[in-house]
Design a protein around this ligand. Structure first.
Ligand code: ADP
Length: 595
């Protein structure tokens, strides 16, 4: 029972461990899936945002693209670059015109350079930072235009310090390229717009330098290290003014199965867009925290669910345990009540048993006395006859003595002796019968008990002319009991049989003794009146008798029954097929005594 309980609780523990492991694995898988799907979702959003940012950038630049081209065909500018190069008055006129156009177009600066890189006219000719008179021949947009190409270049203004995008176009005359027209677009408003948008977006150029960013602290920082040669080149064109172009702490990492980047120890989901005609990269970053937050929420929900299930199961188990224990308590109360009742019944039974036993003992004793009483009549009859005979023998002995017939006298005296011996035998039997049964049992040879019983009823057998047949066993059979009581059993059966055959002519009494299945079986059969239904039903009831004129006490069979049961035997009465009754008694065989 204890082992079974231990097995059950082990099984429950394993079940819980399995449930917890599955729960944890499931929660982890779900959080991973949430991470991946959030990353995919964010990437999709990022692509849309990038497209938007790219659109605003291109829009901001493209609207000025045609300005240098249009101005390169302006006759005044052409004249300034050819015939009126050293005419300051004409230069001012062109500058004024450029200023007007610049204001109208809302560009930052419009200016004209000769083929040596000297600025001849500029929209900011009146400003303190006027470009007029400065030489920018080192700027790539000048060099590109001098090669007949459209120049495009991002740089920090040398004179103004304002970052801007420069677009240039060559001015052609018959003799070739005579100068370059340039428009500078201020990107500061766009950057402000990006910063105010609250998102993380930036552009890096072909050298991986961030030159436009929603984050000011990342401006003019590089994503990848720049070779010294390249750095020299950048410095020579003074693209980023005096910026030292430090490298950001930037590296690639992986998160929720997605490639992400880490800048200054913070992780971002990065989506890039290549702006091909500028060889720029537009970057859009989503902080990974957003993904982590969703994953944490998933884990929290999973944990709460697990804990809830666990607590609910514990609660249900507790309740069930309580129900079981209260049911058990109820059952044990019932059992206790039954036990108490049983105890009472046992006490009662013992008391009844004791009473019965003493009653039975009394009955045995009473039965014996009754039997003795009845027997004494027969015995008196038996003894009276020898006494009468003895009287006759003694009287004739005296006569023989007077006559001196000594020899005949001796015969007479011998007869007297044998008569007294017979009387002694009868009284001896009576003594045995009157004794109370001993409490200690012994091995009794069954035929000996039967023989003694027969000896005791012999006068009745003789007077009734009963033919007695005995079929003894093949060898000695023993039963455990006491001789006196066993004798009494057979005396009762024999006496009843003799009584039942009272009015029968040829009285036959048969006794069979044999061993069957480790039992000693005794059958006492007569050819008397037999047993009718009324008799059979009350046979063993005390004081049941059919014998009239106070001949029977109705105790014989009841005492017999008690003795047989006492000796763990069995008694059964049936009718013979040919008439008469048969009593079958069975006792367990006992081992033959060793002495
Ligand atoms: P009692 O002999 O004093 O009547 P018992 O208890 O010995 O008391 O017998 C009860 C009754 O059983 C008898 O009165 C008799 O009617 C019946 N009985 C017993 N043995 C026999 C038998 N062998 N044949 C017919 N009747 C019997």
């Amino acid at each position: 029972m204890l082992n079974k309980n231990r097995d059950v609780s082990k099984k429950i523990l394993y079940g819980w461990l399995l449930f917890l492991t599955l729960g944890i694995v499931l929660t982890w898988l779900t959080s991973h899936w949430v991470g991946v799907s959030t990353a995919l979702e964010l990437r999709q959003v990022a692509k849309e945002r990038l497209s938007l940012y790219q659109g605003t950038l291109t829009g901001a630049l493209e609207k000025y693209r045609y300005l240098p081209f249009v101005l390169s065909g302006n006759e005044d500018i052409k004249q300034l670059l050819t015939t009126s190069r050293s005419d300051p008055y004409f230069s001012n006129t062109v500058s004024r015109s450029l200023s007007a156009t610049n204001n109208k177009a809302e560009s930052n600066v419009l200016y004209v350079m000769d083929n040596k890189g000297n600025t001849l006219a500029s929209s900011n000719w009146k400003d303190i930072n006027s470009f007029v008179g400065h030489n920018y021949s080192f700027r790539p947009y000048f060099l590109d235009a001098m090669q007949g190409k459209e120049g495009r270049f991002f740089a920090i203004g040398i004179a103004s310090g304002i970052p801007g995008f420069y677009m240039s176009h060559p001015v052609y005359e018959k003799e070739g390229i005579v100068g370059v027209v340039i428009v500078k677009v201020n990107l500061a408003p766009l950057q402000r717009q990006w910063r105010d948008g609250g998102e993380t977006v930036f552009i890096s150029d072909e050298n991986s330098v961030i030159f436009l960013s929603s984050r000011d602290d990342w401006l003019y920082k590089t994503l990848n290290p720049i070779t010294s040669e390249r750095m020299k080149q950048i410095k020579s064109v003074r693209q980023y003014g005096n910026s030292s172009l430090e490298q950001l702490t930037y590296k690639s990492a992986k998160f929720a199965g997605e490639k992400i980047i880490e800048i200054n120890k913070r992780k971002y989901l990065e989506t890039t867009w290549i702006i091909t005609n500028q060889r720029w990269n537009l970057h859009y970053l989503f902080p990974v925290d957003l993904i982590k937050e969703r994953q944490r929420t998933t884990i929290a929900i999973g944990s709460v669910l697990l804990i809830t299930i666990f607590v609910a199961a514990l609660f249900i188990r507790e309740r069930r345990q309580k129900q079981i224990s209260s049911r058990r308590a109820l059952e044990s109360e019932k059992i206790q009540a039954i036990n108490q009742q049983l105890e009472v019944e046992i006490v009662e039974r013992r008391r009844t048993e004791k009473e019965l036993r003493s009653a039975q003992d009394g009955l045995v004793q009473a039965g014996k006395l009754a039997a003795l009483g009845q027997m004494s009549a027969a015995i008196a009859h038996e003894i009276n006859q020898p006494i009468a005979a003895m009287r006759t023998f003694v009287a004739s002995a005296r006569l023989l003595l007077q006559k001196g017939k000594i020899e005949e006298l001796d015969i007479s005296l011998q007869n007297v002796t044998s008569l007294t011996e017979r009387m002694g035998a009868i009284t001896g039997q009576l003594k045995t019968f009157a004794r109370k049964a001993p409490s200690k049992l012994e091995h009794v040879e069954i035929m000996q008990a039967i023989s003694r019983a027969i000896a005791l009823v012999q006068p009745l057998l003789d007077s009734g002319n009963v033919v007695l047949t005995i079929m003894p066993p093949k060898h000695l059979l023993f039963v455990e009991g006491d001789e006196v009581r066993l004798e009494q059993v057979f005396i009762n059966l024999l006496r009843n049989a003799i009584d039942a055959m009272e009015h029968i002519d040829k009285k036959r009494l048969e006794i069979f003794v044999e061993e069957k299945d480790s039992n000693v079986v005794i059958r006492v059969r007569d050819n008397g009146t037999g047993l009718n239904d009324t008799v059979i039903n009350q046979l063993y009831d005390p004081f049941f008798t059919t014998k009239i004129n106070n001949e029977g006490l109705g105790l014989g069979l009841s005492i017999t029954y008690g003795i047989v049961k006492d000796l763990t035997g069995h008694i059964e009465a049936t009718n013979n097929a040919v008439g008469g009754a048969e009593f079958l008694i069975t006792f367990p065989s006992s081992n033959k005594p060793t002495d």
